[in-house]
Design a protein. Sequence first.
Length: 396
Amino acid sequence: MERKAEAKMRTQVGIIGAGPAGLMLARLLHLAGISSIIIENRSEDYIYGRIRAGLLEHWATDLLTDAGVGARMAQEGVVHWGNYLGINGELHRLDFKKLVDKRMTIYGQQEVVKDLVAQRRADGGPLLFEVDNVSVHEVTSERPQIRFTHDGKQQVIDCDFIAGCDGFHGICRPTFPADVLKVFEREYPFGWVGVLTESPPPDHELIYCYTDSGFALYTMRSLTVSRLYLQCDHDDDIANWSDDRIWQELHARLGSARKLQEGKILQKSITPMRSFVAEPMRYGRLLLAGDSAHIVPPTGAKGMNLAFSDVLYMSRALEAFYKQKNTERLEGYSATCLKRVWKAQRFSWWMTQILHRFPDETAFDRRRQLAELDYLTSSEAASTSLVEQYVGLPLE
């Protein structure tokens, strides 16, 4: 059977995935004078409508600003110099300014994506949505290829490197040989009911609550739109959570320390909780970044921040390769990323286990958990350790 003619493109770095990782990588490479092409299997409308967490670490907000894509974040982002730990209705504030002199910023992931797409278009770099049949080839050679279909036409990107920024369900990680790839994962015995509401948050800072009924988190997308979460059973169905039940549980788990104003629930869903790491993050000239290589439970607010640190390390490695003919950073890419990834995994696991009720916990477990929360909120040293990790550890 005759093979259809393929349209060929050439670039230095082929990027699969137009999420925060792929788009930020393209921007950093552009600033370094390195060419790239981004392809994405979803539509542009889909990536704008995909609601994800938007809690940016101190260094990540600086990265967006330094990359020239932080102007709207500076106007619309909600800056936090602290947050609260609630223990059965009693709130304890963690003062970021006093403890580590760093901040967090609330700015939705979809808004970050919009800003990065706009900048990509201003930079004039190729960005193709709704591609199909994506595959990668010759990744251990000096000329790997990306093959795909776009607008019904078969296309090929010849490149020097491939960045797999295509998420947990993407095609890049499965390309690694089975005898090379190691996977580490943990499933948690609960999930989160997440709701987006047309109502102000109960406080201008986040509130993380441990209660006898389970965990709750009170956060926001803005000062008029709240993002609220409740611990639920692992196999729960969102159909079991009526609006009335959601508001009843949110009120009960917050307690009387803050007033919770009700509003229209715009979205609701259940998020499973899991930890996942794939090692290594590089095979030949295929490098993974973001969710394609690791997933963290959302308790620690590390997902998008880890994606940004991955591509920052990747861009530095590629810049050293092209400008200094130095391969040391490329060879160390996986180890550098994974050192930070595992620290984030440890912190996210730790935050998850101290704030949630576990179905198999004993009376001893519960007393120990309450003692740890008391220690965290009464010891400046313990609070500093938590906050130091929460706002973002220093980069390598």
